[in-house]
Design a protein around this ligand. Structure first.
Ligand code: ATP
Ligand code: LTN
Length: 340
């Protein structure tokens, strides 16, 4: 075949993996379960790119010093949760100018109406007085992130479903209008834990930017804070430990325990048959403390050596620039720009 995979990649046979993570807000258990855990796994399956999407983080009100520090925090966290900077390309979006360029070029084939239907845009724009143009065009930048690398699979949590659909539409429209240029990417979601819910309000997703303080477990919370959050987690009426649409609180805790212990949700339901909520919640808290303890220890070590983090980030940027360049060049050419 002479599709984009063959022409615009150095190694056309391996699978390309790409995901992006925002350097805003403290990273939480939902990010670990729906995101980081999958990244570490998928990096073994192909040629993987993980991008700290700092350009996305300026679309809502933010503090420059905060963005700076959290970019390094997140890089250390990605390594602490299992990304290997030798094996994968881990980098900051703003270090590779192709991302900003691709976003502008792709805006020509992105539907204004579709952008307006993004639920994240609707939710976030409702919550604030000043709505930036970037909050609206955010998914175009995201489409560029993915398409620049001829990505086959995108490991993400359930909240990014609509954005991924848009990226696929943008790829297909560009290919139809200007010739086969992009691989149309597929999303992959974790089997259990694609949507971890807030422990206090289990009908909304766990989030440091939009959830409750007590219902959000931060990856850097002290063990006692974690235990306390689980002890006070909202459960549902009844006493049974089982999953169900009528039991969003308990279902969420079962998913969390399943991921933390590697046992199936069915086995957990059987274990706690007749046990009541008290012991169950205490056990989930303990399992999460154990899950994050090694991550916290590695993070502290990595974060202490800022010089090393910067050196590794520079290497990642170099590798990403090389990988993105052929696709960006093809975009310019096929769109009719003069290349002098
Ligand atoms: P937040 O809502 O806390 O601001 P986010 O979704 O904006 O988080 P990222 O840190 O970029 O920010 O997300 C990294 C990955 O974590 C994404 O793939 C996202 O889908 C996933 N993710 C975020 N929240 C959850 C959740 N509650 N459950 C499962 N996965 C999640
Ligand atoms: N929008 C995503 C972050 C993100 C992303 C990407 C994810 C930006 N670019 C490319 C996957 C692929 C979020 O808010 N979690």
């Amino acid at each position: 075949s002479c599709g984009p995979r063959r022409v615009l990649r150095h190694n056309p046979t391996s699978m390309r993996v790409f995901s992006g993570i925002q350097p805003t807000g403290d990273k939480h258990l939902g990010n670990l379960i729906g995101g980081f855990r999958q990244y570490a796994r998928t990096q073994e399956e192909g040629e993987a790119f993980f991008c700290i999407v700092d350009l996305h983080s300026i679309t809502v009100d933010y503090d420059p010093q905060d963005l700076h520090d959290r970019t390094l925090d997140l890089y250390a966290m990605l390594l602490a949760t299992g990304l290997d900077p030798e094996r994968s390309t881990v980098f900051a979006q703003s270090h590779v100018t192709a991302h900003a360029e691709a976003a502008w070029l792709l805006s020509a084939v992105t539907s204004y109406g579709q952008l307006g239907r993004m639920t994240q845009f609707k939710d976030k724009s409702e919550q604030r007085e000043f709505v930036s143009a970037g909050l609206f065009t955010y998914p175009v930048l995201m489409a560029g992130d993915i398409l620049l690398y001829q990505t086959d699979v995108v490991p993400i949590g359930d909240d990014q479903r609509q954005h991924l659909e848009l990226a696929r539409d943008v790829a297909a429209r560009f290919n139809a209008r200007f010739g086969e240029t992009f691989v149309v990417p597929e999303a992959v979601y974790p089997e259990v834990g694609a949507r971890i819910m807030d422990l206090q309000e289990p009908t909304r997703k766990m989030s440091t930017t939009g959830g409750t303080a007590q219902g959000t477990v931060r990856l850097l919370d002290e063990p006692d804070a974690i235990r306390k959050k689980f002890r006070s987690a909202v459960t549902d009426s009844g006493r049974e430990v089982r999953r169900g649409d009528d039991k969003p609180g308990v279902s969420n805790l079962i998913d969390i325990l399943s991921v933390a212990t590697g046992r199936t949700p069915e086995a957990i339901e059987a274990d706690y048959d007749g046990a009541g909520y008290g012991q169950f919640k205490a056990d989930v808290g303990e399992a999460v403390v154990e899950l994050v303890a090694p991550v916290q220890a590695r993070y502290a070590e990595l974060r202490a050596d800022e010089g090393e983090l910067l050196r590794l980030l520079a290497r990642g940027a170099e590798k990403a620039r090389v990988a993105a360049a052929p696709t960006l060049a093809a975009m310019y050419e096929r769109m009719g720009f003069v290349r002098a």
